[in-house]
Design a protein around this ligand. Structure first.
Ligand code: SF4
Length: 96
């Protein structure tokens, strides 16, 4: 159903017949680490996340997996690892 409080008119799975059923009855404000993320939207209570209602929780065990502003860092790490894996696979696969 559509939110009628923080992001009026936005489809949200937490909005029901009794209103918002998320913890505290509302989305939570973004975390400090969220600054720069493209998923930040301006809600009636301030900046909130369009992808997850409790942004602080997304950062408690590392980098938020929905974040758009830190993805590049993650990818560059993966790129550093992948050529090695590819090299090992290539050399291991040459048995004849
Ligand atoms: S996607 Fe993650 S980093 Fe971006 S605003 Fe939402 S909680 Fe914050």
């Amino acid at each position: 159903m559509q939110c009628q409080t923080v992001l009026p008119g936005t489809e949200c799975t937490f909005w029901g017949k009794q209103g918002c059923v998320f913890s505290g009855g509302s989305c939570h404000l973004i975390a400090e680490n969220c600054e720069g993320c493209d998923r930040i939207v301006e809600g009636s209570i301030g900046k909130v996340c369009s992808a997850y209602p409790a942004p602080i929780k997304k950062w408690t065990s590392g980098i938020c997996n929905f974040a758009t502003h830190v993805k590049v860092e993650i990818k560059s790490e993966e790129l550093k690892v992948n050529p090695l894996k590819a090299s090992k696979k290539a050399s291991g696969g040459k048995k004849k």
